[in-house]
Design a protein around this ligand. Structure first.
Ligand code: CP
Length: 331
């Protein structure tokens, strides 16, 4: 497997309609600060829905959304499903292991058959980078595609919920130092977070990892590179931990998990390098004792479960904007 970041940038026209509104949500790369801020603001308005006795609004009534998860997921799949239900859409979760793809049907043939059921949106997670883009190129003009994570490439709704969580705790992004720690090389989350944070003019974005877990030329994404927790976490406002993504690793990139935790794990001692009010984040799934100590994951500075809650509001925002139900997207 190549040690580079991939695939290349997507033309903005691929994700936006003729009026510059969101049609597909495939990657953060190429989207404007104005659009990202609109997503955050719309999500802020939807976060109120979760606190109401009736947690439902009729914005996507009559719309049909298919969740197509070709890779395992806990948080993303369930929050997309719940978000669609809270918007009053009809939502179908395809069980890929029992679908006709296991009998040799191609991805695009599966898509065409689901499209024939008058679908309006596909939410896609796939192990191959670029899978959601491929689908977006082939769907009918009224159908939207949301990338729920493709290979090592992008996980744009995760990045938006992470920025949403940061903004709630520390509203002035331009004043912040954010450190992303761990397996950057295999992380679609890190790549999308870096694009989102830089587009929104975050003060400084750092990555902290051993050389074997960093993509070549990662600094070209606009990050400061560190190989030591003591230096990289010094005076940061936000610490984002990533898991080791063993399912995407080829070859031995680490001496051992024990050694990785000693050098790059977040325990109380390592967190002490950050600012006293720094928040701790993790997109999940977290591996306790491998990249994060339980005392930190469950500690007072952890906002990990807030990230999950905020995922609902972000996914409601993106789905409704793509389907033109909040002033954005197609009518
Ligand atoms: N953060 C994230 O994508 O988690 P899941 O794999 O559980 O969806």
């Amino acid at each position: 497997m190549s040690n580079t970041l991939q695939p290349g940038p997507l033309p903005a026209s691929m994700q936006l309609d003729d009026n510059g509104k969101l049609r597909h949500f495939l990657t953060i790369e190429g989207l404007s600060a104005t659009l990202l801020t609109e997503i955050l603001d719309v999500a802020e308005s939807f976060s109120v829905v979760a606190t109401q006795p009736v947690k439902k609004v009729p914005l996507l009534r009559g719309k049909t959304i298919f969740n197509l998860f070709f890779e395992p997921s806990t948080r993303t799949r369930t929050t997309f499903e719940l978000a669609a239900k809270r918007l009053s859409a009809d939502v179908m979760n395809m069980n890929i292991s029992t679908s006709a793809t296991s009998k040799g049907e191609s991805l695009l043939d599966t898509l065409r058959n689901l499209e024939a059921m008058y679908s309006d949106m596909f939410v896609v997670r796939h192990a191959d980078s670029g899978a959601a883009q491929l689908i977006a190129r082939h769907v009918a003009p009224h159908v939207s595609v949301i990338n729920a994570g493709d290979g090592r490439h992008a996980h744009p709704t995760q990045a938006m919920l992470d920025v949403f969580t940061i903004r709630r705790h520390k509203p002035d992004l331009t004043a912040l130092r954010v450190a992303i720690v761990g397996d950057i090389l295999h992380s679609r989350v890190a790549r999308s977070q870096i694009h989102a944070l830089n587009t929104l003019n975050t003060g400084e974005v750092r990555v902290i990892a051993p050389k074997t877990l960093l993509p070549e030329n990662v600094e070209q994404l606009g990050v400061q590179v560190y190989h030591s927790m003591a230096q990289g976490l010094k005076d940061v406002d936000v610490v984002i931990m990533l898991r080791l993504q063993r399912e995407r690793m080829t070859g031995a990139l680490l001496p051992s998990e024990h050694e990785f935790f000693r050098l790059y794990g977040l325990d109380e001692a390592a967190l002490a390098y950050a600012k006293p009010d720094a928040i701790v984040m993790h997109p999940g799934p977290a591996n306790r004792g491998v990249e994060i100590a339980s005392s930190v994951a469950d500690g007072p500075r952890s906002v990990i479960l807030e990230q999950v809650s905020n995922g609902l509001a972000i996914r409601m925002a993106v789905m409704s904007m793509c389907l033109g139900a909040t002033g954005g997207g197609k009518g």
